[in-house]
Each structure stands twice: as C-alpha cells, then as structure tokens.
Design a protein around this ligand. Structure first.
Ligand code: NAP
Length: 334
C-alpha cells in the first residue's frame, strides 16, 4: 500500500521532504503540492510526478491524498492542521505546531474531540541516531540519575529578518523538545540570560543568548543559542548524570590528521547535519501510517514546546525567570 501525500509549503524543507517522499521513502508517493508561489509549487510537483493545487484546502480535501505534510510558515500551521483533522487526514506538521500556546490548545481540543491521534510534529531530533544513544543511555541508567545537561545550538549565519525572539521560537524550540524527551519531564520555568553580543550579529539581534530550562524534577538544562557563530552548524549536548556523562558530538565522517592536529569538519548547515534524520522521520511516519498508526512527537509535545518557547520570549523581554503554565495533559497523550 502506497501512502499518497499532499504537501503544503514547498520552500526549503518542504521541497526537500517532497524529494524524500517521492524517491527515498519506501511506501510513499507525493500526490499534490501547494505553495503560495505557484511557480515553485509547479516546479516541485513536476519533479515528484505530482499535481500542483491552488490552495491548502484543495490539497487537504483531495480524495487522492491520504496524508498531509505541512511545511508552510509556522503562523499558518494551526489553521492547516485543524483542516486536516476536520478532513480526517493524518498530518505531519513541521515545527512549530502553532506559534502560540493558545492556538496549540485549539489543535489539542480538536484532536481530543476526534478521539484519536492524527498529528505528528516535526521534532526530528528524536529520530537522530546520536540523540537516541543519549536517550537510551539515560534510560538504561548507565550514567546514574540524569541531573543536568548543557546544550549548544549554533548556526553560521541567519537572514537579516531573524530576530532575538526567533532564536527561542525557531531554534531553541528544538532543545526544548529534546530536553522534555530526554528527561521525560515537563519544563516548568525558563530564564534567558543576556550575554555580551557578538560584534558580527545584526544590531537588532541579541546573539548569543543563554537559556536556562528548569525541569519539574529539579534538573536544569543550559542552552547556548548563537545564530551568527560564522564557522558552521554546531549542535551538541552533554547530559551529566550522578555516575557519568553522555555527550553528543557532531557526527564525524572524516578527520584530517596532520602537523600535530586532528581536524574534523563541522556540518555546514541543518540540511547536512540532519539530512538522514529527516529521512528516518518520514520513513517511520509512512511505515506507521501503512500500519494504521500515528506515532512520534504528538500535538501535546507541540503544545508544550510552544508554551515553553513563549515563556522564554517573555523572559527575554524582562530578564526574569518565567513560569510555564501547562493545562492538564489529556488522556489521549498519556
Ligand atoms: P520557507 O523556505 O520560507 O518555506 C515556506 C514556504 O511556504 C514558502 O515557499 C512560502 O512561500 C510558502 N507559503 C507561504 N504562505 C503559504 C500558504 N498560505 N500556504 C502554503 N505555503 C505557503 O521556510 P522553511 O525553512 O521551509 O520552513 C517551513 C517550516 O518548516 C517552518 O515552520 C519551519 O520552522 C520548519 N522547519 C523545520 C526544520 C526542522 O529542523 N524540523 C527545518 C527548517 C524548517 P513564500 O516564500 O512565497 O512566502
């Protein structure tokens, strides 16, 4: 059985996902593509043997579409995911589930009312082999009790439109989900700490920033987000346990050893670092759908991550710690 996917948003990651679903994932095909840029939609659809549609709703309601992948800008996600639930179509929504916790709750309410899971959120790090080793090492007790973690999220550069708030909502949101998943706990408070700004960051941008994430069980995670680090895409983490440490380094394909030095490449960008991870994410989504199952990061995970990111934005503005207030977790997500 082939799952015929409709894709909404054919930009950076949407176009990549179309290629993966059309030619690399086993058991999927791309049936329809929509993007506000009609020429881009036509081009991406043609490359995948799909048709370009003239609205998101046309994709969602297309009887030839079994499942939907949303890769449009974040502020459109809630409305498009709600339309998928109304149409009874499973959906993989790129992060964020929605840009406000209030909108995420509307999505949660709709999914709970539908009585089953339709939504997977694109927190792909959970499918990364390196992160999975960290998770398994914590879960099997090899490093004792996990106490704290240090995380680093650095990009070489960002577009001029990138803001200090986006460092929380677009970048650190990955560390927020990773933290919740690795520790199996909710984040209860965030604090954003001002640091000396890089002279190479745009004047409007506070960069780098340090974010403290406090967990319900008392653990603390530090996240350094530095989106103009110049040298590459550097995502690492180190979890400190009561009897040991488990660290995630950049995956190394090759190393040059010369002149008394060992030189390893840093990935150029997120496509290089997580390309294989996105493929695993999509393959598991499709394999699940073929078996009639929606798994992976849930709408609850999407809601919790956005709520924490929102608190980080509030802390960025005030410099004070900000509590995260989550609603009670519905039974669908336990
Ligand atoms: P992008 O390159 O700007 O692509 C978004 C595309 O959606 C653009 O072609 C945009 O067209 C189009 N669009 C605008 N309004 C639309 C609408 N109403 N319906 C359908 N398409 C519409 O952005 P991106 O980098 O691919 O990011 C897309 C989403 O994926 C974001 O939510 C982002 O956070 C997420 N993302 C996730 C990861 C990850 O690691 N999981 C990585 C990258 C991105 P115009 O350019 O003409 O507006």
């Amino acid at each position: 059985m082939t799952i015929k996917v409709g894709v909404i948003g054919a930009g950076n990651i949407g176009a990549d996902h179309v290629t993966r679903l059309a030619s690399q994932v086993v058991g999927s095909a791309v049936a329809a593509v929509f993007d506000v840029d009609a020429a881009r939609a036509e081009q991406v659809a043609a490359g995948a043997g799909a048709v370009a549609r003239s609205s998101a709703l046309e994709v969602i309601e297309d009887p030839g579409v079994d499942a939907v992948l949303i890769a449009s800008p974040g502020e459109l996600h809630a409305e498009q995911v709600l339309a998928c639930i109304a149409a009874g179509k499973p959906v993989l929504c790129e992060k964020p589930l929605a840009t406000t916790a209030a909108d995420c709750l509307k999505v949660l309410d709709a999914e709970v009312a539908a009585g089953r899971r339709w939504i997977q959120v694109g927190f792909m790090r959970r499918y990364d082999p390196g992160y999975q080793v960290v998770k398994n090492t914590i879960d099997d007790g090899t490093v004792g009790e996990a106490l704290l973690a240090h995380m680093v999220h650095r990009n070489a550069t960002v577009p001029g439109s990138f803001t200090s708030e986006m460092a929380m909502t677009d970048s650190v949101i990955h560390e927020i989900d990773t933290t919740r998943w690795l520790f199996g706990q909710e984040i209860v408070r965030t604090t954003v700490v001002a640091t000396k700004p890089s002279p190479l960051a745009a004047a409007h941008l506070r960069d780098p920033q340090i974010v403290l994430l406090e967990l319900a069980g008392g653990g603390v995670v530090t996240v350094e987000v530095f989106v103009t680090c110049q040298y590459g895409y550097d995502v690492r983490c180190e979890v400190v346990g009561s009897t040991g440490v488990v660290a995630l380094e950049n995956p190394t394909a090759n190393a040059l050893v010369t002149g008394g030095r060992r030189i390893e490449a840093v990935p150029a960008d997120w496509r290089v670092r997580f390309g294989a991870t996105y493929l695993t994410e999509l393959q598991e989504w499709i394999t699940g759908l073929r078996a009639g199952v929606v798994g992976g990061p849930s709408a609850w995970d999407g809601y919790a991550a956005t709520a924490v990111a929102e608190s980080a934005v509030a802390s960025l503005e005030t410099g004070e710690p900000v509590a995260v207030g989550l609603v009670e977790r519905p039974g669908l997500y336990t």
